[in-house]
Design a protein around this ligand. Structure first.
Ligand code: ATP
Length: 149
């Protein structure tokens, strides 16, 4: 089966470099699904989830924004900030969410509200990705315990 090469990069590091079967990313215009042979594309990423399918594995990452580029068999995600699901510090994201919500409830000036809304979106995405990852792990271990595959 054909695959494409996916690099997920930040300014600091390579988060992922794999041959992937499929990618789902969140752009400013909505979710986009990339399969081998996708037409060339450059898209602006919104804070959201990346779902990367490699064989039977699906990996989840949180992305705070950036760019997606598809050229032939090469797909690049250049992210502002990116965390693999298992790296997400849930307490930190909860704190960030609470801080942003408190700020917005206090009725900040418009420019400050925009910053707080963006921080809130990043926190919600991180919490969502971490929760889906934990749920999947739990379902897998429950399946193993009951002999399911
Ligand atoms: P915080 O207020 O907690 O710093 P933030 O949304 O302002 O959150 P960013 O500016 O998006 O943070 O990211 C700064 C760095 O910290 C990036 O390297 C990012 O991957 C990392 N980071 C932010 N929040 C978390 C988290 N909850 N778990 C793991 N890494 C995180």
């Amino acid at each position: 089966m054909s695959v494409f090469h996916l690099d997920v990069l930040t300014a600091e590091q390579t988060m992922l470099s794999v041959d992937a079967d499929a990618l789902v990313a969140t752009t400013v215009e909505g979710e986009v699904g990339i399969l081998p042979g996708h037409v060339p594309l450059v898209a602006l990423l919104a804070p959201g989830e990346l779902r990367v399918t490699t064989g039977k594995e699906v990996q989840f990452l949180a992305v705070s924004g950036g760019f997606l580029q598809v050229v032939g068999h090469e797909v690049v995600v250049l992210a502002d900030a990116c965390e693999r699901a298992d790296e997400i510090d849930v307490d930190r994201a909860e704190d960030a969410r609470r801080r942003a919500e408190a700020f917005l409830q206090a009725g900040a000036a418009e420019a400050d509200s925009t910053v707080a809304e963006a921080a809130l979106r990043r926190a919600i995405v991180r919490l969502g990705v971490a929760e889906r990852y934990q749920r999947r792990r739990w379902q897998r271990s429950a399946g193993r315990d009951s002999g399911e595959r």
